[in-house]
Ligand binder design. Structure first.
Ligand SMILES: [Cu+2]
Length: 429
């Protein structure tokens, strides 16, 4: 009776495993055939929620010094980032952040990272509401065509990626070198330094772990052990000999760690631990006091037209007239063609050069306060999946609005707030 119950259970487990396997296979087939129908995209940056990309870090002035490099050649990724004041509650504040490059594996290595003038190879703190300048020095390693982003990893918030650019790397990875001069004056190649040891001790520990797991799995297996424990026979599971062998195995492991540590210490007496502290007090960009304010007075997002309508009360207390020239969010740039008469250098898939218009296009004079509606409309809004904000729990957008004066002064003003999603075209605000 009991064995027949066990058999039935085992059959169920097998049938379920088979179903999961079949489903996995179907999903894998779909995954390999579906992308052919959609344009070749990058590596999943659009899958991050719209609110996360719009209301955390606003990237601007992002520049890639080159788009074609040879293996071993260096390039720079520079720009500025505004830390959004309305940082979402669901995401941890950027108190521990790390400047990185978003790319498919180490195709370019990070030779240097700077926030402001401070070298930032470790984590640092960012203040909400402030702007920072950054620079990444990258060296090409693997040949191919790769999508390369600036990225800031936030503890508790995950990686937040900026705009990406396609970089062509020519040459052959076999020629890649990464020479570094040590404190004692000698030079090593980090690409191959100590690589035999890295492989040796990783594989030794992996082999030890595999033997251990396999042994216990081969003797009984997880489900049988579970049943035995359930049947009250848990104490018979491990024999005396197995306990002795386990003790020996533990002693051997501890000895290996101890000897390895002593040996490494005597071979390399002068070593520094990995620098993993937190840099505090990095200065933000000293921006002049704002002379333009923009108060959000409501807005809507029309899903079929991919149109974000933002009502603003703009006050200009500066000495020059200003015009709304650009709205940037999630790495996308929506430009007002009246202000940008030439197309700036920027990845085309993120640049809507006719994507912004203003209900009253005349410049806002010094001392004037005016209610305007800014229309942000472009397919890129939807392609980059920012339309998802219509389905968010609070449907709040965010971004930077740039004002331009006749003398070429630019001022960035943060805007954001809840918008009402509209699912029919032609509905008025
Ligand atoms: Cu990408």
């Amino acid at each position: 009776m009991k064995s027949s119950v066990l058999e039935t259970l085992a059959k169920c487990v097998r049938a379920r495993a088979l179903r999961i396997w079949a489903f996995g296979l179907a999903a894998a087939v779909a995954a390999t055939t579906l992308p052919a129908a959609t344009p070749a995209s990058a590596h999943g940056e659009r899958s991050q929620q719209a609110f996360l990309r719009m209301r955390t870090l606003n990237w601007y002035d992002v520049k890639w010094s080159k788009t074609t490099v040879n293996v071993n050649e260096e390039m720079e990724l520079t720009g500025k980032v505004h830390v959004f004041s309305g940082w979402p509650q669901a995401v941890a504040k950027p108190e521990v952040a790390f400047l990185n490059v978003g790319e498919p594996g180490p195709v370019l290595i990070r030779k240097g990272a700077f926030v402001g003038d401070v070298p930032a190879p470790r984590s640092f703190s960012l203040q909400v509401g402030k702007d920072y300048e950054y620079k990444l020095v990258l060296k090409a390693r693997r040949q191919g065509r790769f999508h390369v982003h600036v990225q800031i990893n936030v503890e508790g918030g995950g990686p937040i990626v900026g705009p990406g650019q396609w970089i062509d790397i020519k040459g052959d990875m076999a020629n890649f070198t990464n020479p570094v001069t040590l404190l004692d004056g000698s030079t090593i190649d980090l690409e191959s330094y100590g690589i035999t040891w890295v492989y040796t001790y990783h594989f030794l520990w992996m082999a030890a772990a595999a033997v251990w797991i396999l042994y216990w799995f081969m003797t009984k297996g997880i489900i049988v052990r579970y049943w035995q424990v359930k049947a009250g026979k848990g104490n018979d599971l491990i024999s005396t000999n197995e306990k002795k062998f386990g003790g020996l195995w533990l002693a051997g492991t501890l000895l290996a760690v101890l000897f390895g540590y002593a040996w490494a210490n005597s071979t390399w007496p002068r070593t520094l631990p990995m620098q993993a502290g937190l840099l505090k007090g990095i200065d933000p960009i000293p921006l002049p006091p704002q002379t333009v304010t923009a108060h959000f007075k409501g807005g809507s997002y029309t899903v079929p037209g991919r149109e974000l309508a933002i009502k603003l009360k703009i006050t200009n207390s500066g000495s020059e007239a200003v015009k709304v020239g650009e709205f940037t969010t999630a790495g996308l740039r929506f430009l007002n063609p009246e202000v940008f008469t030439t197309k700036p250098e920027f990845p085309d898939y993120l640049l809507a050069d006719r994507g912004l218009s203003v209900s009253d296009p005349t410049p806002i004079a010094p001392g004037e306060t005016r209610d305007v509606t800014v229309i942000v409309q472009d397919a890129r809004f939807d392609i980059e999946r920012l339309s998802d904000l219509a389905y968010d729990t609070d449907s709040q957008f965010g971004g930077l609005l740039f004002f331009f004066s006749p003398s070429g002064q630019r001022q960035g003003v943060e805007i954001g707030g809840p918008v009402i999603p509209k699912f029919q075209a032609g509905a008025t605000l």
